[in-house]
Design a protein around this ligand. Structure first.
Ligand code: GDP
Ligand code: MN
Length: 396
């Protein structure tokens, strides 16, 4: 699950990570009140107004603005709230801004240079351990650093039974070019950041930039946090941070029916049991000249209800020109799935696109007989090749 920057920062702060202080606001009045509160609390009289959407690259799209007076706080917030913010990560339609974070300006002038670093924590699936990935070249596109100057990206693998050990914190600080007191600050920052990652069952932390202020403090200025969905049951407060307006409606609906569904941009809907078979089916669709409109794994216990729910979600997408249902009958019997498809078809009614059903495994022949005998516009296939040929014929 993805959360907003202001929520991510609250989690970090609670776990002892230094952050750029701020308050969320949904109206210009709230933004001004937030700025006044920050002034009273921290003495800051410059603020940054940051659009809260589930996408990065906001700075580039005009979603991060510096305000040098309370009037500017109001004016910027008025403009930002309600806008469709387009960033390199949102796609051309952009995302609607309904909240902003009013944050303390932490890029103030001072005796020494400010410096932006990159830091993320993620799982290395090969070693089964979390890795702290970091670079002295933060703030900018980390993808560009990785491509052009890979030697500027460092990794520190963490032993799950110890967390970040002191020598690892020191090594990270050294590789970031730090020494003395601020190096100890950085080591402490990494140690707390890693502890929070573990505490909330995160699957990704990305802090870009981590800032060394001109008075040598280390702060998280941005925070992208993903929480492992499978662990949400033990973090009810975080679960409440879910912002459904940021999620794909068809994916929300699929979640209610326990379907593993990911929306894609193609024209052939597919419904499959098993993730591996779903991947193979998407390949077949592409090879036949179509483009998959979705990934949908109905799981091992496919029945009439799941088939109906899945079919409805697929057919709600106006781009879908054909649907390929590819079911392997292992525990689930093909004739039952076939009856489910026929039932769903009748129930949904007014289906304009062709449906191809390929059944293989237990009772496949009986299943095909059910489809063929239904009199509905459902094409049946037994082999994958037959199914592919039908897709080609119908959308190619
Ligand atoms: P992103 O563009 O979505 O990654 O949003 P960030 O939170 O990373 O902000 C983008 C950029 O805005 C940062 O890299 C900074 O250069 C700038 N920025 C963020 N906070 C401040 C601040 O307090 N003061 C100033 N002057 N600039 C800031
Ligand atoms: Mn950022």
């Amino acid at each position: 699950m993805n959360i907003h920057e202001y929520q991510a920062k609250a989690i970090l702060k609670e776990n002892g990570v230094n952050i750029q202080e701020g308050q969320v606001a949904a109206t210009p009045d709230e933004a001004v009140a937030a700025a006044e509160a920050l002034l009273a609390e921290t003495g800051t009289n410059w603020w940054v107004i940051k659009a809260q959407i589930h996408a990065g690259g906001r700075g580039k799209g005009g979603g991060v603005k510096l305000a040098k007076s309370l009037d500017e706080v109001r004016a910027i917030t008025e403009k930002m709230l309600g806008m469709q913010l387009v960033t390199p990560q949102t796609g051309p339609e952009g995302k609607k801004v309904s909240k902003v974070l009013v944050a303390q300006d932490v890029y103030y002038p001072g005796p020494t240079e400010k410096q932006e670093y990159y830091m993320s924590i993620l799982l290395n699936r090969q070693s089964g351990r979390n890795v702290v990935m970091y670079s002295p070249e933060g703030g900018v596109d980390i993808e560009e650093v990785a491509a052009q100057r890979p030697e500027k990206i460092f990794k520190e693998e963490i032993d799950p039974s110890f967390g970040v050990l002191p020598f690892q914190g020191q090594r990270i600080a050294r590789n970031l070019g730090l020494s003395g007191k601020v190096a100890r600050e950085m080591a402490h920052f990494v140690e707390r950041l890693y502890a929070s990652f573990v505490a909330v069952d995160a699957s990704l932390f990305e802090i870009n930039p981590v800032l060394k202020t001109t008075d040598d403090k280390i702060l998280a200025v941005d925070a992208k946090v993903n929480i492992d969905d499978s662990a949400l049951f033990r973090h009810s407060l975080i679960e409440q941070m879910r912002d459904l307006s940021e999620e794909e409606p068809s994916e929300i609906e699929a979640g209610k029916h326990n379907l593993n569904f990911v929306k894609l941009d193609g024209n052939v809907g597919c419904m499959v049991n098993g993730a591996g078979l779903a991947m193979a089916t998407m390949d077949i669709i592409k090879l036949s000249g179509g483009e998959p409109a979705n990934f949908l794994d109905v799981g091992g216990g496919a029945n009439a209800q799941t088939v109906e729910a899945g079919l409805k979600i697929i057919l709600d997408d106006p781009r879908v020109k054909a649907v390929l249902i590819n079911i392997f009958g292992g525990i689930v019997r093909c004739d039952r799935v076939a009856s489910g498809v026929v039932e769903a078809y009748k129930k949904l009614g007014n289906i304009k696109v062709p449906i191809i059903v390929r059944l293989q495994g237990t009772n496949a022949e009986e299943g095909k007989a059910v489809i063929d005998g239904s009199g509905l516009k459902v094409y049946s296939a037994i082999t994958l090749q037959e199914a592919a040929d039908l897709v080609k014929q119908l959308v190619g």
